[in-house]
Ligand binder design. Structure first.
Ligand code: DHB
Ligand code: FE
Length: 279
């Protein structure tokens, strides 16, 4: 049986990828951030999941404004790295798992989640930066990755409750796959940030810390946060945090928080990282 053994929440700030790709990790601005991710990297090196389900959002790279799926599951063999305007990041291509992805789609649709099947897709910083933060800079990624792209770019984004319920359905789908696999699910984006307009640069640390506490101890509270509340309290782009609730929903009731890190600033973003193991 396949099983979800843990969840990772992490920001995906594009400047973090640029810092790694351009050799700036030891610079004073970046050093504390990368030091803060060392325990998470060590955890990943010990845990070595067979498959990562990467819940992330595309930033108008794979999808333009012609078609905007709410939940899109990557069913391809391989996902090339998107060119976001300065060339594709120099990271390995992302290998998928089409058979398991097809099984997830089947189980989720029969469970009444209307998933868009994506057979060809480039992946942007939303996916590659979390990979870099947890795996560093290997020649090839040591696991297969199933991307789940969530629309948090164009109003309306799905509610936190919908995301949480989808996470539960993902766990059920994984558990009905008859192969001995360890799966880690990521929820990415956030934490508080606003990257445009008069409030650009907004960070709400108490909101972020309470969100991290809630993931660990009271996810039902987080599920009640309404979309406008994310925007008002923690900035327009904080809506990305609903993706962390898919991750949390997939873990079941009992979790143990094994790592937490929080850091400001990184570009316009408050960076958060949490690791929860299923118990
Ligand atoms: C920034 C953060 C994001 O999540 C993103 O997608 C783009 C930019 C930033 O902090 O600059
Ligand atoms: Fe983003």
């Amino acid at each position: 049986m396949a099983r979800i053994i843990a969840g990772v929440g992490t920001s995906h700030t594009p400047a973090i990828g640029a810092a790694v790709d351009n050799g700036k990790v030891a610079e004073p601005y970046w050093a504390p951030l990368f030091k803060g991710y060392e325990p998470a990297k060590a955890w990943m090196a010990r845990t070595r999941p067979d498959v990562v389900i990467m819940v992330y959002n595309d930033h108008v790279n794979a999808f333009d404004f012609k078609i905007i799926p709410t939940f899109a599951l990557g069913c391809a063999d391989e996902f090339p790295i998107a060119d976001e305007g300065w060339g594709p990041r120099p990271v390995p291509p992302v290998k998928g798992y089409p058979q398991l992805a097809a099984h997830l789609v089947q189980s989720l649709v029969l469970d009444e989640f209307d998933i868009t099947i994506v057979n060809e897709m480039q992946v942007d910083h939303g996916l590659t930066v979390p990979m870099t933060l947890l795996y560093g800079t290997p020649q090839a990624w040591p696991c297969r990755v199933i991307p789940l792209a969530v629309n948090v770019i164009q109003y309306p984004a799905p509610t936190g409750h919908r995301c949480y319920m989808l996470g539960k359905a993902i766990a059920k789908a994984v558990e009905s796959w008859n192969e001995d696999l360890n799966v880690v699910i990521f929820g990415t984006g956030g934490m508080s940030h606003q990257i445009q307009g008069p409030r650009a640069g907004l960070v709400n640390t108490p909101f972020d810390q309470a969100f991290l506490d809630g993931l660990s101890r009271d996810p039902e509270r987080l599920v009640r946060i309404q979309p406008l509340e994310y925007l008002r309290e923690a900035g327009a782009e904080a809506i990305e945090l609903v993706m962390w609730l898919i991750m949390r929903g997939a873990l079941g009731e009992k979790v143990e928080e094994v790592h937490r890190f929080y850091h400001v600033p990184a570009s316009s973003t408050a960076v958060g990282n949490i690791i929860l193991e299923s118990r």
